[in-house]
Design a protein around this ligand. Structure first.
Ligand code: PEP
Ligand code: MN
Length: 372
């Protein structure tokens, strides 16, 4: 059952095909005033590279008392943005009332915040409420690096009949001090991609970085990992932003960033990548085959020695010989760039199997001797 659902999620098509690819989403962390929204949107639209305008209308704040968003009024400004610039619009929704309002004001895409994704009750409530609507939904990763919680949220929306889904990678809460606001843990979105092959994944470098300094580097990394888009917080004047002021770019900075990013075309990249990968994998296959053949030859010789030892009534374990093997191989391994731990573990494994083989040979030898 679970697996069937996962498979069907993995068959989802990129619903934003035909839009810019990768999909670029930009806009302020929060809508603050009509002027701030309109000015930012016009400057972003003028870049000609952004397709979707983002803006928080209801802000999930860690502590109460911080700016919690302008509410319904902001949705009117977003309608205006769409009318005047042609940009699509997206807002965060965290409860059914937000969904109703976003639908009432024709917001094009809904997104689910990291805190909401962390709670399956909230997700189920939102999914139930969205049944029957054909709204695209983008699901941010949960605060903790739990890929199943992320997949689970996507599944709940999918089960509710939502086919236009995307994931947004915004990093994970760091338990250790780091220069980034959230640690990217790239292996998590990569695992999500391997579970849901065709699910678009968009990177939000702004919330990973927490600071404008790192946004370019993180964006490039996301593109290099073949992510399907970027969501970048942009404000016409970040110095007066009411939330996340340190991580918002000006529209001009956004333009520079987009100009300097290397967008590799997916198809050639995929072909090159697949070709190179194939070659390297062929090499590994061939080396593995040789390695196993050599190990088999080694075991045959070990058995020969076992027979010989039995005949001459010598014990299996010859400590001095083993010590010599270890020291010479460790030296050789080191000169070949292999770590001491690895060579030691490998030799111990081989030695254990060799002793096992010799014991079998010797038991056979003794029992046949006893029969004589
Ligand atoms: C946001 O996008 O402004 C936001 C609150 O993000 P997140 O849910 O990733 O913290
Ligand atoms: Mn923000």
């Amino acid at each position: 059952m679970e697996m069937t659902k996962l498979k069907s999620i993995s068959k989802l098509n990129k619903w934003f095909d035909g839009l810019n690819e990768p999909l670029i989403i930009a806009g302020p962390c929060s809508a603050e005033s009509e002027e701030q929204v309109m000015q930012t949107a016009k400057e972003i639209a003028a870049l000609g590279k952004v397709k979707v305008f983002r803006s928080g209308i209801w802000k999930p704040r860690t502590r109460p008392g911080n700016f919690e968003g302008v509410g319904e009024e902001g949705l009117l400004w977003l309608q205006q943005v769409k009318k005047e610039t042609g940009l699509l619009t997206t807002v965060e929704v965290a409860n059914p009332e937000h969904v109703d309002l976003a639908i009432k004001y024709n917001i094009d895409i809904l997104w689910i915040g990291a805190r909401t994704t962390s709670n399956p009750f909230s997700i189920q409530e939102l999914a139930d409420h969205l049944k029957g609507y054909d709204k695209p939904v983008m699901v941010k990763n949960p605060i903790n690096p739990d890929v199943n919680l992320w997949v689970g949220a996507l599944e709940r929306f999918h089960k509710a009949g939502i086919n236009k889904l995307a994931a947004v990678h915004r990093g994970f809460y760091p338990f250790e001090a780091t220069s980034l606001r959230n640690i990217p843990k790239w292996e998590v979105p990569i695992e999500l991609k391997s579970i849901c092959h065709n699910l678009p994944i968009i990177c939000d470098p702004s919330h990973i970085a927490g600071n404008t300094e790192y946004i370019a580097e993180i964006s490039q990394k996301a593109l290099d990992l073949n992510m399907d888009g970027l969501m970048i917080e942009t404000h016409y004047n970040p110095t007066v932003a009411l939330s996340d002021m340190n991580q918002q770019l000006t529209p001009q900075q956004l333009g520079n960033l987009l100009d300097n990013l290397i967008f590799r075309t997916t198809s050639t990249k995929d072909e090159d990548f697949a070709g190179i990968l194939d070659t390297l994998r062929n090499q590994i296959d061939s080396i593995d085959q040789q390695m196993l053949e050599l190990l088999s030859q080694r075991m045959n010789i070990v058995e020969e020695i076992g027979k010989y030892k039995s005949k001459n009534e010598v014990t299996i374990l010859q400590l001095r010989r083993w010590e010599k093997i270890l020291s010479t191989r460790l030296k050789l391994g080191k000169s070949l760039g292999l770590s001491e731990d690895f060579v030691k573990n490998l030799l111990q494994l081989v030695h254990k199997e060799s002793i096992q083989r010799q014991t079998e040979v010797m038991n056979k030898f003794t029992s046949s001797k006893n029969k004589e």
